[in-house]
Design a protein around this ligand. Sequence first.
Ligand code: PHE
Length: 385
Amino acid sequence: MPYTVNKLNGYSATVLDKAFADLRDAFRDEAVCVSDLVQFKAHRDRWLARKNGVLTLVRELWLREAPAEARAEVGKRFNDVKSHIEGLVKTQGMDLELRKLEGSISKRIETVDEWKQAELGDPLDITLPGIRRPIGAEHPVIKTMNEMIGVFRNLGYSVEEGPEIETDFYNFEALNFPPNHPARDTQDTLFIAGQESKPLRDRLLLRTHTSPVQIRTMQKMKPPVRVVCPGKVHRNDAPDATHSPIFHQIEGLAVDTNITFCDLKGTLDHAMKAMFGSSVKTRFYPSFFPFTEPSADVQISCIFCDGKGTRDGAPCRNCKASGWIELLGCGMVDPNVYGFVDYDATKVSGFAFGMGVERIAILKYGVDDIQLFFQGDVRFLEQFG
Ligand code: PHE
């Protein structure tokens, strides 16, 4: 027999206790039979519908009819049972929605005992302490990036950012990589599909370096320019202990009148000392980048063996016994690049440099696998707090 609401035959505490207890039991007996969302909605409407729902009938037949002296008692019990039922309906509804999402029917409340158990767990004790959420630590890559940015901020540089999805023009062409130039092969990346109808320079790709931000900056600012450009970059590299298809770079650019290679050397020597300690030495080694001429790779004296090449009598593994570690690329901005941004190459000169943030973090924190930066393992990350 489904539960029906009848008028009360009295308003004594005993009668009220029994009537409200029966009401709760009836709700529970019906609730445990609910096993899907359709049944849940029918059950919810039967109990909570504003018109003719069981609780509405209880209000009309028990509360409204109550003599004045009993009204407060009935009202209190009514409010209790109402919030109890509403709370359980909400929980059960959410539970079913969740299970529908998960597509599983595990862990459903099926028996009266389980229901009682759930009810027991239900009351909320607001005096209990809250759940403590551990304070996160800055990710070592971001931390290193911010440290490096700080070094250049102190030298008067500002920060510029650019899009991660770039056009061929900004990533290659304006940086003096002509179409089909072999230097492009060293920076292979993902190209967005279906763009064959566009001219090459407008086709989109995931940027391979932060150097496109050089171009964007020079397009919008006239010299003097001093910027650092941090950001995420992409290359077609298989992941291993020292490579990752996604990593981060900081690019720097200074353009003004009379900027020379000496300024470049002094700036980078200072930056490396600020990052790795004042005893670190730097060495500039000839290199090639299409957008700088001359170009150099910068090496720092090995911070593990103090540049000696040996440690504890054995060859130093970190610098392959050479005493030097290669850290970044740099050079004087190639005059061709100024042609793409309407700077007068006869009047201005400047330098640029670019470095891998993970590589610096690996050295600074003695990390032996670049993949650790991307795996999100808190045991690794919390060491940087
Ligand atoms: N963009 C170069 C790279 O990613 C690094 C670089 C930047 C070299 C600026 C010189 C000047 O390899």
